[in-house]
Design a protein around this ligand. Sequence first.
Ligand code: 4H3
Length: 258
Amino acid sequence: MLQIDVVTLFPKMFDAITESGITGRARERRAYQFLPWNPRDFAANTHRTVDDRPYGGGPGMLMMVEPLAKAIRAARQRQVSAGVAKPRVIYLSPQGKLLTHQLVMSLAAESGLVLLAGRYEGVDERLIARDIDEEISIGDFVMSGGEIAAMALMDAVIRQLPGVLGDADSAQQDSFVSGLLDCPHYTRPEVYEGVAVPPVLMSGNHADINRWRLKQALGRTQQRRPDLFAERFEARGMSQDERTLLEEYRNEAQGAAK
Ligand code: 4H3
């Protein structure tokens, strides 16, 4: 079972994923074990202070080093006691390496993750150097705390754990497994606000449907994410079939518009 410990001043925020949906059911089924650690519980003074002023001045506060270091140590020790040989300690921050499908898969293969969710203006650099194995970012933007980034990472990792997704919504079908964006999806009604579902999806011909879906995925990736598109075809090269599909996409309405 994957061990996930999180160091956070706001442990209750994590109820949002440990108690609902696929990630909630996965916890009930013991696909992972989750434990929050609050640095406030490791604070030394009577006010339970957890913030401190930055050297060099400037606005805002930093997380106080001592309670943070103690909380990380407690989390790591718990994991070692639970049988994790080497917990992977991660700090969520905009300065980190961008989270990708590939990184998610490598995290899902670990036996223990310790996540540090920062608050205020961040944490002392020496704590990062001593206690953190890697810094990870979920995107090029700043949030008021690392909790939501930690939850995004947890959700992405948990859905990759064995037995968490059923056959129906298997993670193998996900966007990015193929290195492409997902194709468009349609449900009832057949005509919504005057716009019909693409007829091929009503045809019952599964070879045609798969071909259409691949065409949409290729076309959308080329148009919306030229970076991903280039990466995929550096890795695999483009087949004649794929060239034909892209040619068709460009000649159809979606390829021309937007
Ligand atoms: C992660 C954390 C954005 C991300 C974050 C991200 C607050 C980290 C504070 C917290 C530091 C200042 N924002 N893009 N915010 O993954 O503790 O950066």
